[in-house]
Design a protein around this ligand. Structure first.
Ligand SMILES: [Fe+2]
Ligand SMILES: [Fe+2]
Length: 248
């Protein structure tokens, strides 16, 4: 299975229709879009004519200025029967490869005191001014942490289901501190980018994520972790590869 991987294309204000021009179709079986692509309800239309299937997980930016749960429900409904499949705590299997997809979020437990880190993120993080729950209230770090813990619980059970083949996880947020860019240091903000999910990695062959706007490629034991983020047009990631493919 050849997987073409990209994330963080940030087409949210791109007035052109269709896929990001920085992304080129290549020799692959499936395109994995690891979030921050465009608003959730627009991704299926943009990538509907991509030459191979597209598996997409939403990024935090993809639901800005929308009500979280209804926006996701509408986007899942809109992608039914489409070449683009939105995965949110759900799986899709191609032969002997099973993809487990989720936004993931974080638990804020990567550094320092949990309460302090959550308070600092709420004070300074854009997510807490742009993300709303179904009841219209601004999302809080406690909501994000709850979503993350529910997702980890789902992922644990999903990976434990009997399956003869390889597991790939597709998420927006990062599963390990090694995905963080050392140039920014490790501080309270780091906890909104990654959580330590190394305990879940044993059965996973590949974990593709986004959110960090870097190129990342490392291994935690036998699990390969990759991120190929394009970055916004204003602040592109120079290491982004338009045709980055991983084969398992
Ligand atoms: Fe992003
Ligand atoms: Fe993001």
């Amino acid at each position: 299975m050849k997987m073409h991987i990209a994330s963080d294309l940030h087409q949210h204000s791109d007035k052109r229709r269709g896929p990001d021009t920085r992304l080129r179709p290549t020799e692959a079986d499936v395109l994995l879009l690891a979030g921050d692509i465009d608003y959730v309800e627009r991704v299926a239309e943009r990538y509907a004519r991509w030459p191979y299937d597209v598996l997409y997980v939403m990024g935090n930016h993809d639901i800005y200025h929308r009500l979280h749960e209804p926006a996701v429900a509408r986007a899942i409904a809109a992608t039914r029967g489409s070449r683009v499949k939105l995965l949110e705590r759900s799986t899709v299997t191609y032969g002997t490869v099973r993809f487990h997809g989720c936004c993931l979020w974080t638990d804020f437990a990567l550094v320092g005191d949990l309460a302090d880190v959550m308070a600092l993120n709420e004070m300074h993080g854009a997510d807490y001014r742009c993300l709303r729950r179904a009841d219209g209230q601004l999302l809080k770090p406690t909501d994000i942490r709850r979503e993350h813990l529910l997702t980890v619980d789902w992922l644990q059970r999903s990976l434990a289901r009997p399956f003869v083949g390889k597991h790939v996880v597709l998420s927006h947020h990062a599963p390990h501190r090694r995905s963080l860019n050392r140039a920014y240091g490790v501080n309270w903000a780091s906890a909104s980018f990654a959580s330590d999910l190394s305990a879940l990695m044993k059965p996973v062959s590949l974990w593709a994520h986004g959110h960090v706007h870097d190129f990342v490629d490392y291994k935690v034991k036998r699990c390969r972790v990759v991120c190929n983020a394009a970055g916004s047009a204003a602040r592109p990631n120079d290491l982004f590869m338009s045709d980055f493919v991983v084969e398992i």
